[in-house]
Ligand binder design. Structure first.
Ligand SMILES: *Cc1c(COP(=O)(O)O)cnc(C)c1O
Length: 392
């Protein structure tokens, strides 16, 4: 099975340079500087048993190859695998396991990830324990002899809690476990989990990585050769691969990822700071704020805080007034695009999380989550201000 192999030489450039160039050599037949969209399902073979490395497009496609190399290089991984969605990427990782295996996961997860684990994979004999990820000892306490994998998001969605990747990396390494980090919120620009102790990174490329709200995609990055071999097998065997046009759009997205993340971060800090000064806002969750309980950890394991902010309006009424009253912040699921979005986790992204679990982690009916885009920050603040005017 052919596989990505990013070498040390590929990593000698800064991440801004890699974002633009990694995995993308000029097309050898035409010199086209941009990787073509290889919109094909199969490849002609000159002779029986002879081919150019490409046989069938579920197994391999040159546009997808370019994206997989690009994303691997951004995460500092040797191997990359692109999937048709973030959920398909996470599912492929969990299919490294067998019935009876146990997973310890942070409890504060993307709602769909929790649903995949509990409502789909438990039926196939995988077992999951969910713990408060803020204390690394909780992971250790939940482990059994059957534990094979630790799964975390940091910062978490939507409570913006952090998980100490170095500390959990040590616990996982001592037991030889897979340590998977969903790096969708921070992106490799602000957080490099593989350098901090994780051995597998997963992304919903739908979000910041593509950044333009025009595709759904996912990716898995790892430097473990035997895991990469199995993932290549699973990617081909189960077949949740992205089409070449989506890969091409995502590659266009990664070229500006560094610039976009800088602007999301700048705008995010500005909006978060402003929110803390509003009397109708009960609480602001943003790791960049000095009063975030894990601000010190955020400063040590992240290089920026980005544009994801949650804040509590105190009641469902107030939350809906704001969510329905903004003009620039569009009411929609998803995040990470150049345009600003606002969402209500309890009824939208996290509706599938059981209510008691939601409430125990502070995911109240008054909670709103915003994805701050790259628009002018004064315009964004003014938009929130006019929407909050209507709150009593
Ligand atoms: C959106 C999201 C996912 C799921 O990805 P899809 O591309 O929608 O399948 C997983 N994790 C996080 C943190 C997300 O935001």
């Amino acid at each position: 099975m052919p596989m990505t192999r990013i070498s040390d030489d590929d990593l000698r450039f800064d991440i801004s340079t890699r974002a633009v160039h990694a995995g993308q050599d000029p097309d050898p037949t035409t010199g086209a500087i941009m990787t073509p969209i290889f919109q094909t399902s199969t490849y002609v073979q000159p002779k029986l048993g002879e081919h150019k490395g490409f046989e069938y497009a579920r197994t391999r496609n040159p546009t997808r190859d370019a994206l997989e190399r690009n994303l691997a290089s951004l995460e500092g991984a040797r191997h990359g695998f692109a999937f048709s969605s973030g959920m398909a990427a996470t599912e492929a990782i969990l299919k490294l396991l067998s019935a009876g295996d146990h997973v310890v996961s942070g409890e504060n997860l993307y709602g769909g990830t929790h649903r995949l684990m509990v409502q789909v994979l438990e039926r196939f004999g995988l077992k999951f324990t969910f713990v408060d990820g803020r204390d690394p000892a909780n992971f250790e306490r939940a482990m059994t002899p059957a534990t094979k994998l630790v799964f975390v998001e940091t910062p978490t969605n939507p409570m913006m809690r952090l998980v100490d990747l170095g500390a959990i990396g040590e616990i996982a390494a001592a037991r030889n476990l897979y340590f998977v980090v969903d790096n969708t919120f921070a992106t490799p620009i602000f957080q490099q989990p593989l350098a901090l102790g994780a051995n597998i990174v997963v992304h919903s490329t739908t979000k910041f990585i593509n950044g333009h709200s025009d595709i759904v995609g996912g990716a898995v990055l790892t430097s473990l050769d035997e895991v990469a071999e199995r993932l290549a097998f699973l990617q081909n065997a189960a077949g949740a691969v992205p089409g070449p046009f989506d890969c091409w759009l995502t590659l266009r997205g990664t070229k500006t990822l560094v610039l976009r993340m800088k602007k999301h971060d700048e705008n995010g800090r500005r909006v978060a700071e402003w929110l803390t000064q509003q009397p109708s806002v009960k609480h602001v969750y943003y790791p960049g704020l000095p009063d975030h309980p894990q601000h010190a950890l955020a400063c040590s394991q992240m290089r920026g805080f980005g544009g994801m902010i949650s804040f509590d309006m105190g009641s469902l009424d107030n939350a809906s007034t704001v969510a329905e009253g903004t003009e620039l912040f569009s009411l929609a699921e998803s995040l990470g695009g150049v345009e600003s979005l606002i969402g209500h986790p309890a009824t939208m992204t996290h509706a599938s999380v059981p209510q008691d679990l939601r409430e125990s982690m502070g995911l109240t009916l008054g909670l709103l989550r915003i994805s701050v885009g790259i628009e002018d920050p004064d315009d964004l603040v003014a938009d929130l201000e006019q929407a909050m005017h209507a709150v009593g």
